[in-house]
Write a protein that binds this ligand. Structure first.
Ligand SMILES: [Fe+2]
Length: 296
């Protein structure tokens, strides 16, 4: 029972950030762009390099499952992942390993708490770009196995409140499974914050003279939730979540951040904000919770 969550990271997945870095796995080439966010991810990677962990557990908005929550449970997966909205920016050859033992333990704990949970066992499964991008930006070496968790449709089918309740249970089940596994895990919540976005793309996607927040109200919401993170007021953030989702069209609606805050036990210590920036007008923050730092 001495496994633990050694970090939780809000790790948003705009494909633009991978495109801008020109890694060998991604086919399109760029001239850069979105440096504020990318430098934030660089600082995060430095922090994770000093953190002792064995597995990344990621919850992604772009693996949407129709019924219940699914968890990748195939030891190795590879293929080509193409962003359906931005195929011009993201055509990425992925090749990853999954911690199937931990994946199955999360499924078992989720079921024990009353959630509909399924291990995903299709060896030809194409991993979604939300999972791949968050994992790539946190650990581009891909030298650690991952566990990937789908986004159930509870917020969409029922209400934000029902979805939030489900994410609280899923987070608690994830924490329990990690504790029992004896492993040290880093959690990644793959969503953006405010999510109003432009509907036309500039001719050059990385033309930063075109990049800005979509609307001031969206910016104010983002600053409000980031302030709560910085002050360790994550219970309050959880209470505000249904309103934030509605008013900022937030990608938090897919449950990633709520799952992670629940798994971390709603931390009261300040989060480390590595970066905030917009991508096609959406608000994105790279934010870390590092429990070990909070203890010193
Ligand atoms: Fe997204």
């Amino acid at each position: 029972m001495n496994g633990q969550i050694v970090a939780g990271v809000l790790a948003p997945h705009p494909p633009h950030l991978v495109y801008a870095e020109n890694p060998p796995q991604n086919e399109p080439r760029s001239e850069g762009g979105w440096e504020g966010l990318r430098w934030g991810y660089e600082r995060l990677r430095k922090k994770l390099a000093e953190t002792d962990y064995e597995v990344l557990v990621v919850h992604s908005p772009h693996w949407k499952t129709r019924t219940g929550t699914h968890v990748l449970a195939v030891p190795e997966l590879s293929g080509l992942s193409v962003d359906p909205i931005f195929p011009n920016l993201f055509r990425y050859k992925f090749d990853l390993k999954v911690d199937v033992e931990l994946a199955r333990a999360i499924v078992a704990e989720g079921r024990a708490s009353g959630l509909e949970m399924v291990p995903m066992e299709n060896p030809a499964f194409r991993v979604d770009y939300g999972t791949i991008i968050s994992c790539h930006l946190a650990n581009p070496a891909w030298d650690k196995p991952i566990v990937a968790i789908s986004s159930s449709s509870a917020h969409f089918d029922y209400s934000n409140e029902v979805g939030e309740e489900e994410m609280a249970k899923l987070g608690a089940a994830t924490a329990k499974a990690i504790a029992k596994s004896g492993k040290k895990a880093v959690l990644l919540a793959s969503n953006s914050l405010s999510h109003r976005h432009f509907t036309t793309e500039p001719e050059l996607p990385e033309d930063m003279s075109k990049e800005h927040i979509y609307h001031h109200g969206q910016y104010l919401w983002d600053m409000k939730v980031i302030q709560l993170m910085k002050e360790g007021r994550t219970r309050e953030l959880a209470d505000l979540m249904p309103d934030f989702i509605d008013q900022a069209l937030s990608e938090c609606r897919d449950g990633c951040l709520s799952w992670m805050l629940a798994a971390l036990g709603y931390p009261t210590f300040p989060a480390e904000v590595y970066a905030y920036g917009t991508v096609i007008g959406t608000g994105n923050a790279v934010v870390g919770w590092h429990p070990e730092d909070a203890m010193v």
